[in-house]
Design a protein. Structure first.
Lengths: 165, 180
């Protein structure tokens, strides 16, 4: 008689080991999340730099007044903030992973495992800023809580799940 | 007294001598003619043209395709393979190979091969083949994956160490954060 365990062993032989999506083992820690955030910051800033260079080159050949240039700089700053918000909120609410998260194999989800809604993403992003203000003290709970949650995770009701290698 | 039989015998002997002299003369004349032809430029030119023609290639190909090789091996008997192995493994064969490798022949052959346009067409075709491009892309992905794996493993070890240090400093275990 074939047991469930036998069937699982047979399936493993045929299909190989479970894919990484099926092997959630822990929660993302401080260092892993910091590296992921650094990768995201690099992507965001690199994109911003490329856009700024293109705009600067365009305005180097188009005569523009100082007022116009100031307005463009202000618009660029606003666009940069919007781009940053859109980057995080879009990735968190769609795949649950930014590019940095994907590289480090961690995923943001609600405590009950459901994906974030845009408002949760926005609250989480604001929470990151708030957590950073008091000398990064808002991130200390990541080091001492069981599920490695920072202030922003508590505010948005999220956890960061890590996937096994 | 000379009888009729003596006359007939003398006639027969004379005829035989005459035939032998004629045969020798004809033989010598034929060989001389062949030597003259072989020594001439015509023979050399004819041989060159014959070897350059497709006929020579056809003859060799037909001979190799046919039973010639099998017949030769069969004629050599069951020891043919052993003899061939012994010849290949012999020090003389090694010396011959070493001389070929060290001599100018190989350098010349390689130089001509590198100058050949066909070679670079072949290399280009191989480089663009799906098998090679797949292998290169897999190698690139594999390397990135490997580096990523190392970074992830080390970061997770660092996570654990940092948390251990933080908890020791704060003098507490992990907080239960299931409230929310």
């Amino acid at each position: 008689m074939t047991t469930r365990a036998d069937a699982q062993i047979a399936a493993r032989r045929v299909h190989g080991p479970p894919r990484e999506e099926e092997s959630v083992t822990a929660y993302g820690g401080f260092v892993t999340r910091t590296i992921a955030f650094a990768i995201d910051a690099a992507v965001i800033n690199l994109t911003g730099i490329v856009v700024a260079v293109v705009v600067t080159l365009v305005f180097s050949v188009i005569p523009a007044s100082d007022d116009l240039k100031s307005a463009v700089v202000a618009a660029g700053a606003a666009l940069y903030v919007a781009w940053t918000i859109a980057y995080f909120v879009t990735f968190w609410t769609t795949t649950g992973q930014t590019l940095g998260n994907r590289a480090m194999r961690i995923r943001v989800a609600r405590v009950d495992g459901t994906p974030l809604r845009p408002r949760h993403g926005l609250v989480r992003l604001i929470g990151i800023v708030v957590a950073a203000v008091p000398l990064l003290a808002g991130f200390v709970p990541i080091l001492i809580t069981e599920r490695r949650r920072g202030l922003h995770d508590f505010l948005a009701g999220t956890v960061v799940r890590a996937r096994g290698e | 007294m000379i009888g009729p039989l003596d006359v007939i015998r003398f006639g027969t002997q004379t005829g035989n001598r005459a035939r032998a002299v004629a045969t020798d003369s004809l033989y010598a004349a034929t060989l001389g003619a062949i030597d003259a032809v072989l020594d001439s430029r015509i023979a050399e030119a004819a041989a060159d043209r014959l070897l350059a023609s497709r006929l020579a290639e056809h003859v060799v190909a037909t001979a190799l395709r046919g039973a010639l090789v099998d017949t030769a091996v069969a004629a050599a008997g069951p020891n043919a393979e052993r003899i061939a192995d012994a010849a290949v493994d012999s020090p003389a064969a090694e010396r011959l190979v070493a001389r070929v490798i060290e001599g100018p022949l190989l350098d010349e052959a390689v130089a001509r091969l590198l100058e050949s346009e066909d070679l670079w067409i072949l290399v280009d075709e191989i480089a663009r083949s799906p098998a090679v491009t797949d292998a290169i892309s897999h190698q690139g992905v594999g390397l990135a994956d490997e580096v990523g794996g190392v970074v992830r493993r080390r970061s997770r070890r660092a996570d654990a160490r940092l948390e251990h240090a933080a908890r020791r400093i704060l003098g507490r275990g992990a907080n239960n954060d299931h409230e929310g």
